[in-house]
Design a protein around this ligand. Structure first.
Ligand code: LMR
Length: 401
């Protein structure tokens, strides 16, 4: 019999972007989207940054060709990314131990990292925090790698289950990959303290693990440098390390798909060899990166005046998010929601995890038109003066049962 797809059942919608589709299709005019992790301003829109508009003008006027980019991207871009992530003076950069590839977004970086690991260490397991970004397991599965989870959230205390995390990772085999959210953990908003990062680094060394830092929210927690504390700790002592970074959020370049995979090796020749294998993975996947987003980022980062203005734009976004978090907690308390304010106020980045049940999340959507992810991950950046009252009232209502 000729094989056909006639009986194929549809795949389930994506846990996050599927909600964005459902939101768009929802005819209610008072619906509220707190699902996708995108920055929203007080007017409810996601604007193009002024520095981005200016860089685009320059690019448009100076453009002479649409030739392919190198497989790893433009050297100007990868250089600028490395310096932003590690700092221009970092020893690993001076020693030529860091190679960077321009990838389509942070997801592209994760997939290249996954393909690289699959190519070099096919038997290794990838350890993911529980909970984590729903796309993480999917990306590593797609690359043919096994995944396991380590505890992360201490539900009772609303903090990091650090003992549980270290205990689980102590069972990881040498060569296994541990995925760590460099800052603004998605979805919990809980990050390790500097001391905890030190302990994680020590465990990585003892167990011979390969850390993969997912760095999608640099600048959205406490500041561009402050948010790199985990990366700085991991990048010390000649440790091997992968970093998947994204400019979707801090440059608001969501649709341009611009990110990077940085490979930190213990020697320059090793970095070079790893880069060559990553390039094979890229070539077999999307061949070479799209130009526009990378050109924007490089234009801004390499021009001191534009860069200073971009840093101010990041600060403004971060301050709005942090202000929103405080207003959100106040709003929930004002609406009579039985919440513990302290853990919610400690969370960092775009998200606040409320720990709702699946039923409560479904009720928020069907009854109140309020869209949140998973177990009540709220994008606090999506709260505005207009929607915060109804959103808090709806959450209080579903928590009341
Ligand atoms: C999110 O977690 O909402 C964002 O990272 C958007 C995405 O791609 O899922």
């Amino acid at each position: 019999m000729r094989p056909t797809f006639a009986d194929l059942q549809p795949a389930p919608p994506d846990a996050i972007l599927g909600l964005a589709e459902a939101f768009r299709a929802d005819p209610r005019t008072d619906k509220i989207s707190l699902a996708s992790g995108v920055y929203v301003d007080e007017s409810g829109t996601t604007p193009v940054l002024q520095t981005v508009l200016e860089a685009e003008q320059r690019i448009l006027h100076g453009q002479t060709t649409k030739l392919y980019k190198p497989i790893a991207g433009d050297p100007a871009y990868t250089h600028a990314v490395r310096e932003l992530l590690f700092g221009a003076e970092h020893q690993a950069l001076a020693e030529g131990r860091v190679e960077t590839l321009h990838t389509p977004g942070g997801t592209g970086a994760l997939r290249v990292a996954a393909d690289l690991v699959r190519r070099l260490r096919p038997a290794s397991t990838v350890w993911l925090s529980s909970p984590t970004w729903p796309n993480h397991p999917q990306v590593f599965d797609a690359a043919g790698l096994d995944t396991r989870t380590y505890p992360y959230l201490d539900g009772a205390r609303g903090g990091l289950d650090f003992e549980g995390m270290l205990g689980a990772l102590a069972a990881a085999a040498p060569g296994d990959v541990v995925v760590l959210h460099a800052c603004c953990h998605n979805p919990t908003g809980i990050d390790p303290t500097p001391e905890q990062w030190e302990a994680i680094a020590a465990l990585v060394d003892v167990r011979g693990l390969l850390p993969l830092l997912d760095f999608a929210y640099q600048g959205f927690g406490d500041g561009l440098n402050e948010d790199a504390v985990g990366l700085m700790t991991m990048a010390r002592s000649g440790r091997e390390l992968l970093v998947a970074s994204s400019f979707s959020k801090n440059f608001a370049l969501y649709a341009e798909r611009v990110g990077a995979l940085s490979i930190v090796a213990s020697t320059r020749p090793e970095a070079h060899a790893l880069l060559s294998h990553a390039k094979v993975a890229v070539r077999a996947n999307y061949s070479n990166p799209p130009a526009h987003g990378g050109e924007i980022v490089a234009t801004i980062l390499l021009d001191p005046a534009l860069r200073a203005r971009w840093e101010d734009e990041v600060t403004a976004m971060r301050e709005r998010i942090n202000g929103n978090r405080a207003r959100f907690v106040e709003g929930l308390e004002g609406a009579g929601a039985p919440i513990e304010p302290a853990p919610l106020l400690r969370q960092r980045g775009m998200f606040s995890l409320l720990g709702l049940t699946t039923e409560q999340v479904a009720r928020l959507r069907t009854e109140f038109g309020v869209y949140v992810v998973g177990r009540g991950r709220v994008n606090v950046a999506g709260l505005t003066g207009r929607n915060i009252g109804p959103a808090c009232a709806a959450i209080a209502a579903v928590l009341a049962g």
